[in-house]
Ligand binder design. Structure first.
Ligand SMILES: Nc1nc2c(c(=O)[nH]1)N[C@H]1C(S)=C(S)[C@@H](COP(=O)(O)O)O[C@H]1N2
Ligand SMILES: [Mo]
Length: 386
């Protein structure tokens, strides 16, 4: 008996798998990928402790928009990438060319596509898992997602450069043109190429709607995948509850004090004393890195007023420490420009009520244009860095 021969690209005959389709889906995919890349860089930079150019505090909703875009465009990439891979995968089975120079080029190109596909799938899968707060891995998400973003964008640029003549040719001619088709791709399908493209755009739109409600209030009810679209006390979602953070008793203890420290100067304030100081009210969003965001009306003491109690020099960085004893988010550092911004508040109340314990009672930081992960809850210490 003869062994069955492996499939060759001639086994794939539908005319839907055409460069004319791949280039059109690829163009939209590339744009979404580019937006996700740039907004991802912004988010990464915003969370860096070391910022040669300070991340701006205005507009207060800036990070809300860039991170919403990051998650929405990343999600749009999922159906687009699936269709793109479906249109081109028969090329995997193309017989390699005989002559050594062309073979070498072919191997290099396929290797770069392998890197591109693997890194793109990793980015989408890890990003989606992060959005749904499912962490089935051991690595630290942010540095890994950041590093792989460079790998993905680098191999994407190589891919576009290599394919540019075909991309331009395919985009410049009719979607039904056969110029760049594989010779075997001639069998008519139940769906036209236009129909396939339309179905792809619809699927992408549905994927976008499924997550956009996390950020865009009027889309909330359309968003089946919006775990953070509402709910939570005081009309604001909660990521980590007081119970999960292990602060239920320390946050409600009569012994709670806020320490404000600058060198050997320090003051210690109870929540009643904080409430007795001048209060300001600011409308500022919480914009989680996971893509959800929601606006709140926060009332409390201007951070700068607290820093003045210990004569902190203007523009000093401030380390914010939570009552929470474990976990990466128990500390954050307010860069000098954030500490100095008049809107930055040690909030004691939210939407007209005393802060709910899950939103950071007795006191939490809220600053404009800041990733949610840095809006530390259950604050017990502010230390001015000198
Ligand atoms: N101490 C502490 N503060 C924290 C967190 C945390 O885990 N611990 N989570 C942060 C994250 S990731 C977000 S998005 C916001 C959410 O604030 P909220 O739960 O009040 O909506 O709180 C931030 N502050
Ligand atoms: Mo978050």
């Amino acid at each position: 008996m003869r062994a069955p021969s492996p499939p060759s690209d001639a086994s794939f005959t539908t005319r839907l798998r055409s460069a004319a389709v791949a280039a059109r889906v690829g163009l939209v995919l590339g744009i979404c990928f580019g937006i996700a890349f740039v907004t991802g860089l912004i988010s990464h930079y915003a969370q860096n402790v070391d910022q040669p150019v300070p991340f701006p505090t205005s507009p207060s909703w800036g990070y809300r928009v860039t991170q919403g875009l990051h998650v929405v465009t990343g999600t749009a990439c999922v159906p687009l990438l699936l269709v793109k891979l479906w249109t081109v995968y028969p090329k995997l089975f193309q017989r390699p060319p005989g002559d050594v120079r062309r073979l070498t080029l072919e191997v290099l190109e396929r290797a770069s596509i392998g890197v591109l596909v693997a890194s793109a799938i990793f980015q989408l899968a890890s990003g989606l898992a992060n959005v749904t707060e499912w962490y089935p891995w051991d690595f630290s998400f942010r540095p890994t997602h950041y590093a792989l973003a460079w790998v993905a964008i680098g191999s994407l640029l190589v891919h576009v450069a290599v394919k540019l003549p075909i991309i331009r040719g395919a985009l410049g001619s009719d979607v039904d043109a056969t110029t760049y088709d594989r010779p075997s791709a001639t069998r008519p399908a139940a769906l036209s190429r236009r129909g396939l493209l339309r179905a792809t755009w619809v699927a992408t739109g549905v994927a976008v709607l499924a997550v956009a409600g996390n950020t865009v209030p009027f889309l909330r009810r359309a968003s089946v995948l919006a775990p953070h679209s509402g709910g939570g006390p005081q009309d604001l979602p909660v990521t980590k509850s007081a119970f999960a953070a292990g602060v239920t008793s320390s946050a409600t203890s009569a012994a709670y004090r806020l320490e404000v420290v600058h060198g050997d100067r320090s003051v210690s304030l109870s929540r009643e004393q904080l409430l007795g100081m001048d209060q300001q009210t600011e409308k500022l969003p919480i914009a989680c890195v996971e893509g959800w965001s929601a606006s709140g009306t926060w009332t409390g003491v201007r951070l700068r007023t607290l820093l003045d109690l210990v004569d902190a020099p203007a523009g000093s960085d401030v380390v914010v420490t939570s009552l929470q004893e474990r976990g990466a988010f128990r500390h954050s550092t307010l860069p000098g420009n954030f500490a100095a911004d008049h809107r930055t508040t040690l909030a004691l109340a939210l939407n007209g009520e005393p802060l709910a314990i899950d939103h950071g009672y007795p006191a939490r930081i809220i600053a404009p244009n800041r990733p949610g992960v840095l809006q530390t809850k259950w604050v017990t210490r502010l230390e001015v860095l000198t």
